[in-house]
Ligand binder design. Structure first.
Ligand code: 5GP
Ligand code: MN
Length: 317
């Protein structure tokens, strides 16, 4: 049903812009590359654009070089938005023209169904999982590099098959993707074991800020944005650090806090039943999933921290 709707849009149109959210992660990039392949294979005119560059560790995925950060000043028949719950998450300049047909494929619980065609499933671990299901429904066979892109998408959003969204479906899907040629060890190495030396130095500096709050139920680490340039690292090098904030015994909410003088972003994680998605949504622009979410307060770190800890104190009764 959903495949036939998407298929009709693909068949009836010629030019496609494929985009995803700011600070793209493995689910964005992997899903975009699979989508690019599907459209290019059918001879469509496709541009893949993101507001932010492909993180270094994902640039090994075949085709990653087609993703541009230069906004194409031209028209397209269709915009396909992957892994973004609302239009603002694209990080586009508000003056840019949006194609008249928008397809939205996503797994965020707080998706606003902003597309003309919305293919949404908040029960799955990754947008890559939705694309896998669409390809399977359509009986499409795809080359190993597409299987690898989808595998990287799912591996990223399950935290390397460690989060509670690692279901039987996830593992069956990934087993099938491995059979189709995804190189699991290679994806693991690039995603989790390929820090640059400066990137690892950045992580060491972030680790050194480790702190516990509210009787040890909240753990934080901090990243002043200026530190990235100071140590010669890049933005994507801090990826994965938020996941460590939730690893200590007794901690229910973990936060990696990225800040400059004006704004403070909280990358939140939780265990069990604590819903950081709803905590993030209580702040304008915030959102995400139950156990992984984010929000920004337009305040300097100490004020933002006070606000957020007060919210958490009320939540962690
Ligand atoms: P991360 O902490 O890994 O950047 O993001 C965790 C999850 O929360 C992802 O699904 C991401 O899309 C979402 N997220 C992170 N920051 C924000 C934000 O500021 N606003 C919204 N709406 N979602 C966010
Ligand atoms: Mn995702």
């Amino acid at each position: 049903m959903t495949w036939s709707k998407l298929n009709a849009i693909i068949e009836q149109n010629t030019s496609f812009l494929v985009s995803s959210h700011i600070s793209p992660d493995g689910d964005c990039i992997g899903s975009q590359l699979a989508c690019y392949w599907l459209l290019a294979e059918r001879g469509k005119d496709v541009v893949v654009y993101n507001a932010d560059p492909v993180p270094r560790k994902l640039s090994f995925l075949p085709g990653a070089q087609v993703i541009t950060t230069t906004f194409p000043r031209r028209t397209f028949d269709v915009l396909i938005v992957l892994d973004a719950s609302n239009r603002d998450r694209l990080g586009w300049d508000s003056s840019v023209p949006v194609p008249s047909c928008v397809v939205n494929i996503d797994h965020h619980q707080d998706n606003t169904a902003f597309g003309d065609c919305n293919i949404l499933d908040s029960t799955v671990a990754a947008t890559g999982q939705i694309l896998y299901a669409l390809f399977s429904d359509a009986g499409i066979s795809y080359p190993p590099h597409v299987a690898q892109a989808l595998y990287a998408a799912i591996m990223t959003d399950t935290g390397g098959f460690r989060f509670s969204n690692t279901t039987g479906t996830v593992l069956r899907t990934c087993a099938d993707l491995a059979d189709r040629g995804a190189d699991c060890a290679e994806v693991y190495r690039h995603l989790y074991a390929s820090d640059s030396q400066n990137g690892l130095t950045l992580k060491a500096r972030i680790w050194s800020t480790l702190a516990f709050h509210l009787g040890g139920r909240v753990c934080t680490m901090e990243l002043p944005m200026g530190l990235i340039n100071e140590v010669g690292a890049e933005y994507g090098d801090s990826e994965g650090m938020a996941d460590f904030t939730i690893t200590a015994e007794g901690v229910e909410v973990g936060m990696l806090i990225k800040y400059n003088e004006r704004e403070t972003h909280f990358s939140m994680r939780s265990t069990g039943r604590i819903d950081v998605g709803s905590i993030a949504r209580s702040i304008p622009g915030g959102g995400g999933h139950m156990n992984a979410a984010g929000c920004t307060l337009y305040l300097p770190l100490p004020d933002a921290m006070r606000r957020l800890l007060a919210i958490l104190e009320g939540t962690l009764e």
